[in-house]
Ligand binder design. Structure first.
Ligand code: XMP
Length: 558
């Protein structure tokens, strides 16, 4: 049996829980389709140098930008057909042409504009990007007899500038059908692989480079070294994109945006809203008030931890709205999952609105929008004031607030790094995603009430404690318990027949919550968890494990 997968790459493009239709109350999840002053523009200005990734539709395009940033160079992903003037205006230090699913010969294949190669900016083509470059400049690109997918062996014949200092034999990750058979005139073929006669090429005079394999995935061991060579030696970039730099820039930016204005932030305890709140507090101090809505659907000690951390430790003005009774009253008799979400969402808005009113209706709302959200929503970076009904879920239509989005330029791993830089406790920096409707969508097939919440909360506490003790918390995307509300099963404990609750354990690995695999938790750990649950929780007499992946299941049961 395999154990839990190796730690996932440091930076999956996830967020703290995806909203489902209906009612996501987590302010972390509120989305905007327009932005406050341009954080990305600021990132660029502060970093003073950037490398643009042009997206030809490859599945790893976002990852390329992330890897470039990990090398300390600010990077943004732009559509492959972005206006030439825009590129010239930005004056990037380098361009990277991503991979893409098309064959360079397909009618609908995105064309590489040769003007891009004449800007006197170094260009690195990756996979499709290299093929398109080779083809446009007169090389020979053809469909190889066999495609090359997965791990492959790279043989370096001539390191040139791009592969300088790397071993002659190395493995790399490939994913292509077309191959370059001959480089364009003026180019040197640097390396080959079994199905790629030309797996790397360069023309240093024109500052054009290409590799057939993917340097951005972990299965290419020298991928980062190649990117570093391109960024440092070839583009002349220095490492200037760091968490400390981001903090400094964002503090300045937030100050400029809000001036003396009052700011409100819905705190959920998740990493995005926590980091956003801390940044804004550093910038404008007590002009910010955080609102934490305790809807009674949280895990054990969660509300206390948020209060201890924000109010007591960071001294951030914090209003805790104790709305447990209100939420439970409204949830009485509600069984349907989407109905539940709707009820919770509506009540959340009401509570938030009341608190905002009490605070004198602040003008600004902090929101933890991430760069992945910006990319997904089409990457609008312009400045504007939005009406909150443009947001997806969450806030009422007549609440006019200007958004403050200090994380808008950041990937999730950068948010965690900024959180650590700001002194956020490790526990909060690495918190697993938790859905806005909380434990309510983990009590299934019956209404949510106090007794059921108590059982689920106790079971969840045991699970979290054991998962953490086993050192597996960070490796799992999520781990939680589910309580089938109406289900009872027979057991025998101490010679007595019992008729008790069933607890289901759900633990998954995932990169982005779009797909997930059930985690192969060690048997001994599962045994310990089950034993503790039935021994310590009188209402529980059976524990089961969910071994469904997504698809076909979803991560949550509702
Ligand atoms: P599913 O269950 O669809 O979940 O595989 C994907 C991710 O989204 C989270 N999730 C939610 N987050 N409000 C949220 O804020 C919701 O209504 C909601 N439903 C699911 C889930 O925990 C997982 O991370």
């Amino acid at each position: 049996m395999t154990e839990v997968a190796a730690p996932r790459p440091a930076a999956p493009p996830e967020r703290d829980g995806e909203a489902r239709a209906g009612s996501p109350p987590a302010v972390d999840d509120v989305r905007a389709d327009a932005a406050a002053p341009d954080a990305l523009e600021e990132g660029r200005a502060a970093a003073a140098q950037e490398v643009l990734v042009l997206d030809y539709g490859g599945q790893y395009s976002q990852l390329i930008a992330r890897r470039v940033r990990e090398c300390g160079v600010f990077s943004e992903l732009l559509p492959h057909d972005v206006a030439l003037e825009e590129i010239e205006r930005r004056a990037p230090r380098g361009l990277i042409l991503s991979g893409g699913p098309a064959s360079v010969y397909a009618d609908e294949a995105p064309r590489l504009r040769t003007e891009l190669l004449d800007l006197d900016i170094p260009v690195l083509g990756i996979c499709y990007g290299m093929q398109a470059m080779a083809r446009e400049l007169g090389g020979r690109v053809e469909l190889a007899e066999a495609g090359e997918f997965g791990r492959s062996e790279l043989h370096v014949r001539e390191p040139g500038r791009l592969l300088n200092g790397l071993p002659a034999e190395q493995s790399c990750w490939m994913s292509h059908r077309d191959s370059v058979f001959e480089p364009p005139p003026g180019f040197t073929a640097l390396a080959s692989s079994p199905s790629s006669p030309v797996a790397a090429l360069e023309n240093p005079d024109r500052r054009l480079y290409g590799i057939q394999f993917h340097p951005e995935v972990v299965h290419t061991p020298y991928g980062t070294a190649i990117l570093e060579t391109f960024l440092g030696d070839i583009c002349g970039c220095e490492e200037s994109w760091t968490a400390a730099q981001v903090v400094e820039d964002q503090i300045r930016r937030v100050r400029e945006q809000v001036g003396e204005g009052k700011v409100i932030c819905g705190l959920s305890g998740g990493v995005d809203s926590s980091v956003a709140a801390l940044l804004v507090h550093r910038a404008v101090g007590d002009q910010l008030t955080c609102v934490f809505v305790d809807h009674g659907l949280l895990r054990r000690n969660e509300a206390e931890q948020v209060v201890a951390s924000f109010r007591d430790h960071f001294h951030v003005p914090l209003v805790v709205a104790d709305a447990q009774d209100r939420f439970l009253d409204r949830l009485a008799g509600v069984v349907d999952p989407e109905h539940k979400r709707k009820v919770i969402g509506e009540e959340f808005i009401r509570v938030f609105e009341e608190e905002a009113g009490r605070l004198g209706d602040p003008r600004y709302l902090v929101q933890g929008t991430l760069y992945s959200d910006v990319i997904e929503s089409g990457g609008s970076t312009g400045a504007s004031t939005i009406k909150s009904h443009h947001n997806v879920g969450g806030l009422p239509e007549d609440l006019e607030l200007e958004l403050v989005e200090p994380l808008r330029a950041l990937f999730k791993d950068e948010v965690r790094a900024v959180g650590a830089e700001l002194g956020l406790p490790e526990r909060m920096v690495w918190r697993q995603p938790f859905p806005g409707p909380g434990l309510a969508i983990r009590i299934v097939g019956g209404e949510v009430n106090r007794e059921r919440l108590a059982v689920l909360r106790d079971a969840d506490f045991v699970l979290q404690e054991e998962i953490r003790a086993a050192g597996l918390y960070r490796e799992l995307w999520q781990s939680f318990c589910v309580l089938p509300a109406e289900l009872r099963t027979v057991g025998v404990q101490g010679d007595e027949r019992t008729y008790g609750h069933v607890i289901a354990i759900r633990a998954v690995t995932s990169d982005d919550a779009m797909t997930a695999d059930w985690a192969r938790l060690p048997h001994e750990l599962l045994e310990r968890i089950a034993a503790r649950m039935v021994n310590e929780l009188p209402a529980v007499n059976r524990v089961v494990l969910d071994i469904t992946s997504k698809p076909p299941g979803t991560i949550e049961w509702e």
